[in-house]
Design a protein around this ligand. Sequence first.
Ligand SMILES: [Zn+2]
Ligand SMILES: [Zn+2]
Length: 344
Amino acid sequence: MSSTLVNPPSPPPQPTAEPPTAVPPTAVPPKPLTSGAQGPLILFALWAFVTIPFVALVAAVPVAWGWGLNGLDIAVAATMYIFSGIGIGTGFHRYLTHGSFKAHRWLRILLTVAGTTAIEGSPIQWVADHRRHHAFSDREGDPHSPWRYGTGVWGLTKGLCYAHVGWLFRRQLTNQERFAPDLLADRDIRRIDRLFPVILTASVFLPAAFCGLVAGSWSAALTGLFWAGLVRIALLHHVTWSINSICHVYGERPFETRDGDRASNFWPLALLSFGESWHNSHHAEPTLARHGVDPGQIDINARLIWAFERFGWAWDVRWPSRERLDAKRRPTPRQPAHAGTMSQ
Ligand SMILES: [Zn+2]
Ligand SMILES: [Zn+2]
């Protein structure tokens, strides 16, 4: 499978418009999209958490070469990566944002805490941003479209950087009251949301403490902090952000999506993202519990939700319907009769 640059959007991003489900004219006007700028402290913390783990990631190779990497570091870092990554994909995304399944309260809380350890923002803000992304995908109002600066090379380069990370720094916060009123009404979720700084600190330092205690040394704590804390966070950040940037520009688009929506399936990230990079299928049918809907598409989040269902921890799971998907499948371009001598 190749990663090809998809054609530029046609027509170009439309002016601001509510989705077809907008309220009728007689109803109360919708709440505003945003609710004010981020405070300076949040902005400072954001810079710190974007740049420090990334610098750590760049420094990782020479550090490993020298003195500080062993089996314990790898095991704890991998465990934490899976915990945080599942928390984002299964928890924040498929469960809290899209309601792909229902779950026992303990699982709801566990998934929300797990997603919070990824340090991608508090759960309610994350969900509000992502619902807004679906409401305005690649149109004005989308918080992180790579197409916002146009379809030229420079515009797209700038747009990819913006969609990947830039949007976090130059934005009005998505209005939680408009996009996540269900979560604001949930006392447990609000409590976890408020505990974001505590969970953030634990996510960075607990793996380090664990490594230090198991190996009985300060140097083990330090390498644990580096690998299971900083490098793990950086890697998951960039994988998640790539869904916003790469998966709206490169890859396959087997399904029809709404006008202007450029979501694409990008197979190289399927494993590291636990199935989140089947992004075209996801935008075509956003509430499905499975994003890798075609044969051979690895989707670990879907497999986990399947296990939850088998154990009786989750129910009302929205599994794909073949007929619905086929109705949205784009026709495969027919090969010209004399084309393609490369494979002979
Ligand atoms: Zn998207
Ligand atoms: Zn989504």
